[in-house]
Design a protein around this ligand. Structure first.
Ligand code: ZN
Length: 410
């Protein structure tokens, strides 16, 4: 079969390998027969005249399976109430934990699937999805099962991550050692046994888990065959990036307060710096991750939404591109690479997707803009016209095609 993109103003190809290797090619791209698994007599032509074609976005850090939004907390924050004050009265993450525990598996699956639809319509073809709003064996497994059920047959590929070490649940606030024990001796073994996650993640922070606790949890995860990643140095310089480098983690995420020693550790280990600029913007944080310094140090940089109900309730990788350029000072090409190829690398999927090239899965997006600079220059404007995921057209004229759409729900 062949997929021919006719008349695109610009097709951006991003070869694999070193971060920020890139070239672009104007004109026409034809994928040769046999590159993707469709019937041999299939021929698809996509009219991309006047458009830019780039790889599907890879949203490599999300908290997809949750119930309940937190718009009233956001409204309060705009009047000066702090996140800490909201958390102290039982809001914040713990309010989402309550709602997520109360939701059925079916409810959660429906919610995840509708969010995958929204992401697909915005040009995302690969997503990482974390648990972490269950904080008990039963509820964490329910979240991961919802991810698995929602992803089954959906055009968006989903990489699941176990984040039982997101925060200590309210009922064990006075016995945190017991919770860490439960993560290590009950949750991780069950998650690994059932094949429910590819990675384990730990939130290292004064209000979450210490370096010592993270080391124990991630060591246990690795011994069970899971990859590892960390929420690192988001609110203070905790030494988490140093730990990520020492352990050879796939990614260290957030990094607003990463130290010079942390940057060196990431560079030495080849650990991806996974930056979440839309979350920092939404939290109205003044300090941003030192993206330019990370690039200069040779650290692979990826970007993602951090989609969650508290600090980043958007599915839009287009929005993240804007914040990566205007907030973190990445160039447009660096930001696109960080949102595609480097993000796929952070999930161990760069050999299969993240760039448009012979031998990889056909995951690409036709954007109704004359060139890729317009993706950021014309900020805030929807522009996805066609999405091809795994060689199938799954979005046309900006809408998920009916046969590829999941349940609709808010
Ligand atoms: Zn996160």
């Amino acid at each position: 079969m062949s997929i021919e993109i006719r008349g695109a103003a610009q097709v951006l190809q991003l070869p694999p390998g070193e971060p920020y290797l890139r070239h672009d090619r104007a004109g026409e791209l034809t994928l040769e027969p046999g590159e993707v698994s469709l019937p041999s007599d299939t021929s698809v032509a996509i009219d991309a005249r006047g458009c830019a074609v780039i790889p599907g976005f890879v949203d490599c850090h999300t908290h997809l399976p949750f119930a309940g939004w937190r718009e009233s907390e956001f409204s309060e924050r705009l009047t000066g109430v702090t996140y800490s004050e909201i958390a102290a009265r039982g809001g914040g993450i713990l309010s989402t934990v309550r709602a997520t525990r109360a939701a059925t598996l079916s409810d959660l699956t429906t919610l995840v699937r509708s969010r995958l639809d929204a992401m697909l319509a915005l040009g995302t073809t690969l997503v990482e999805a974390k648990s972490g709003y269950g904080l008990s064996l039963e509820a964490e497994v329910k979240q991961l099962e919802a991810i698995r059920a929602a992803a089954g047959g959906h055009p968006v590929e989903v990489v699941p991550t176990f984040l039982g070490a997101h925060t200590v649940p309210k009922e064990l606030r006075d016995d945190r050692a017991r919770y860490v024990d439960a993560v290590v001796t009950e949750m991780l073994p069950e998650v690994a046994r059932a094949g429910l996650a590819a990675y384990a993640d730990v939130f290292v922070d004064a209000h979450a888990f210490s370096l010592t606790e993270a080391r124990r949890i991630l060591g246990a995860a690795r011994s069970l065959g899971l990859g590892i990643r960390l929420h690192a140095d988001q609110l203070a310089s905790d030494g988490a990036a140093e730990l990520a480098g020492e352990l050879g983690a796939a990614s260290a995420d957030h990094l607003e307060h990463v130290s010079e020693a942390g940057i060196d550790a990431l560079a030495r280990a080849g650990t991806t710096a996974l930056l979440l600029p839309a979350a920092g913007h939404f939290l109205m944080q003044e300090k941003t991750a030192p993206a330019r310094r990370l690039v200069e140090a040779g650290v692979p940089v990826a970007i993602a939404t951090d989609f969650n109900p508290g600090s980043c309730p958007t599915e839009s990788m287009g929005t993240v591109l804007e914040h990566a350029c205007l907030g973190l000072r990445l160039s447009i090409d660096e930001a696109i690479t960080a949102a595609t190829l480097n993000a796929a690398h952070a999930l161990g999927r760069a050999a299969e997707t993240g760039s448009i090239e012979v031998g990889k899965r056909a995951d690409f997006v036709v954007h109704a803009v004359p060139n890729r600079y317009h993706l950021v220059y014309r900020f805030g404007v929807p522009r996805v016209r066609t999405v091809v995921a795994a060689g199938r057209i799954v979005v046309q004229e900006g809408r998920v095609t009916p046969q590829n759409s999941g349940a609709r729900s808010c």
